[in-house]
Design a protein around this ligand. Structure first.
Ligand code: SF4
Length: 306
């Protein structure tokens, strides 16, 4: 069964609402994607200043097993946390894969780029006896990629590593590449962490149909095209001006610090942990898919919007 772009977009768009799981990853869809993705160039996943939360989020993809997602759908050939190989052999393989597929592979970057001291506060390995800072790795691999997918708030907009006072001069991958005059297209998949559907859906779209339609912050509209506030189950309380004053009280959470009115994502329909929950259901939206997080959204539990 081949899958058309229209069918793919429909699956991505409807994921989570009724099925209480990650709709993108149903076995039937995987089979179709697997067929469509066969022979596609590899995906290389590198990690800079981060907490591995986005990788953990991806590993939370339950339908089907994560192995199928990584191997069959997104042809993941290098991932420092997940792969069994380690040390020089693994690192050499990364460079070899990039050289062999120059101009064709997709580069996923998780984590911000720390630029202070020639990038030496974030080292990734050694090549020919010399340390390789994440800055150099990102430049080299970024230049040779067909496209870069920045995954998570840190890789997209700098996130927590770049929060004030930003001691390591960290920044997002798009800005870093731009500063170094590297023109490879960058797709931003923000979130702290990014939802597994956003990661798999974006990479699968790039592999099979090219770069998805992006908003002005470089995010796929497919996943980030709606305002949390406009779709929140508490929206009617907001209209009635019925505001919760403490957690557990019925009402809209804007007085408790909810940043839903200025945050774009489809968390509201996709849910987390196989659609068991999402931030606003038990707490508040902290604005983690937006540029400027966390500084522009802090303190989280204080009303700054609405
Ligand atoms: Fe929902 Fe937050 Fe908007 Fe209230 S402010 S309606 S809790 S998104």
């Amino acid at each position: 069964m081949a899958i058309t772009r229209r069918q793919f977009l429909k699956v991505c768009g409807s994921a989570g609402i009724a099925v209480s799981t990650s709709g993108i990853l149903f076995p039937e869809i995987v089979k179709a994607l697997e067929k469509a993705a066969a022979g596609n160039p590899p995906v290389l996943w590198i990690q800079g200043a981060m907490c591995t939360g986005c990788s953990t989020s991806l590993l939370n993809a339950v339908h089907p097993s994560i192995a199928e997602v990584l191997l069959k759908i997104i042809s993941l050939k290098y991932h420092g946390t997940v792969m069994a190989a380690s040390g020089d052999k693994a690192f050499d393989y990364l460079w070899e894969s990039a050289a062999k597929n120059y101009g064709k592979y997709f580069l996923v970057v998780e984590g911000a780029v720390e630029t202070i001291n020639q990038g030496k506060c974030c080292l990734t390995g050694e090549k020919e006896g010399k340390e390789v800072p994440f800055t150099e790795l990102t430049k080299y691999l970024g230049k040779g990629a067909a496209a870069v997918v920045a995954v998570g708030q840190c890789a997209t907009f700098g996130g927590i590593p770049s929060a004030r006072p930003n001691p390591t001069s960290a920044l997002g991958v798009g800005n870093f590449l731009k500063d170094n005059d590297i023109k490879t297209p960058v797709i931003n998949v923000p979130g702290c962490p990014a939802h597994p559907d956003w990661i798999v859906g974006t990479v699968a779209h790039a592999l099979m149909f090219g770069i998805p339609e992006l908003d002005s912050d470089g995010r796929p509209k497919l996943f980030y095209g709606t305002l949390v506030h406009d779709n929140c189950p508490y929206r009617s309380y907001y209209e009635e001006r019925k505001f919760a004053k403490s957690f557990g009280e019925v009402g809209c959470r804007v007085e408790l610090g909810c940043k839903g009115p200025e945050t774009y994502s489809d968390c509201w329909k996709r849910g987390w942990n196989s659609n068991v929950n999402w931030c606003v259901q038990n707490a508040i939206c902290t604005g983690c898919t937006q540029p400027g997080f966390p500084d522009n959204f802090s303190p989280f539990y204080v009303k700054t919007t609405g």
